[in-house]
Write a protein that binds this ligand. Structure first.
Ligand code: GUN
Length: 300
């Protein structure tokens, strides 16, 4: 079997087009422009790339984009003040504080200082609790993007065996919760899981989110299973020339694609969906803040 390739780039462009349509309607019918603020502390190169890309796409869909770039040695009090001002700003509907934060800052405390209604990352403890109890919440962007692709490909995932590899707060845990809320049978595997190969072989859906390059080989995949690869790992690629690198996921693409029914590539799979879902969450937050109906198909 050769897997169907789930094209995240194309899917994300469709999601952004939908977001753009809702933004246009909010402007013309209600005079409201959704606003997204991104806070970046320090100069982590990967974060810089993300933040630039977020800002560009926010503007492209017609939203207001605000960036706060703070020095790496910014105090906790100063960062909390920036967030408090954004919480109180009626033109800002979504706030994202880019992680990781410098070590001297208490990440949990900072995240939990964001107004949960503006927490477009879905990391605030209130949103985690709402998601865990199946209530309306802000849903973390990467798992939301994975869920959208799974629903689009399968229609319903009810009753399917899903294995999530990885238990991070950003991806693994909320992903498992979303799959459970859609009535999949969910296993969360991690670095201490015994017989991981056997656990993965039982899965109709595999979501790999461990951050280890190409760690899932094709012979772990049940024939016909759907493989969602969240990993973005950079490997040296001397075959492409001196100093060159290439991006790979957490699954070994070629051997998995030979067995799976469907698979997301890296790059061009889950990655583009994350920012599209951030924009979707910002429109959702803006509609909720103004007592307007939420856009359909852009939430969990
Ligand atoms: N760092 C890496 N991914 C993310 C994300 O989805 N949100 C935030 N805030 N920081 C990140």
């Amino acid at each position: 079997m050769t897997a169907t390739v789930i094209d995240g780039k194309e899917f994300a462009a469709r999601v952004r087009a939908q977001v753009g349509m809702h933004v246009a309607r909010l402007k013309t019918d209600h005079g409201i422009t959704p606003g997204l603020a991104v806070v970046l502390v320090g100069e982590d190169p990967a974060s810089e790339v993300y933040v630039r890309s977020k800002g560009k796409m926010t503007v492209e869909v017609g939203m207001k984009s605000v960036e706060h770039r703070l020095d790496a040695d910014t105090s906790q009090a100063d960062l909390l003040k920036v967030i408090e001002d954004l919480n109180n700003d009626p033109e800002i509907h979504g706030i994202l504080c880019q992680l990781p934060l410098p070590k001297h800052l208490n990440e949990d405390l900072i995240i939990n200082s964001i107004d949960p209604a503006k927490d477009v990352d879905g990391f605030h403890i209130s949103n985690v609790g709402l998601l865990g109890t199946g209530q309306k919440s802000m849903v973390p962007c990467t798992p939301l993007g994975c869920l959208m692709m799974l629903r689009d490909h399968h229609g319903s995932i009810s009753g399917m065996n899903a294995v999530v590899i990885g238990r991070s707060n950003i991806v693994g845990k909320p992903m498992a919760q979303l799959l459970l809320n859609d009535s999949a049978t969910v296993t969360i595997a991690h670095s201490r899981t015994k017989d991981l190969a056997d656990v993965v072989r039982r899965a109709d859906i595999v979501v790999a989110a461990v951050g280890r390059a190409e760690m899932v080989p094709g012979d772990w995949i049940k024939p016909g299973a759907t493989v969602i690869d969240v990993g973005i790992n950079r490997l040296d690629a001397p075959e492409r020339g001196a100093g060159k690198t290439r991006l790979v996921g957490d699954v070994d693409y070629d051997s998995c694609a030979a067995v799976a029914g469907a698979i997301t590539p890296v790059p061009g799979g889950v990655g583009p969906m994350t920012i599209a879902c951030l924009l979707a969450n910002t429109v959702t937050a803006c509609c909720r803040a103004n007592g307007l109906p939420e856009p359909e198909g852009l939430t969990a």
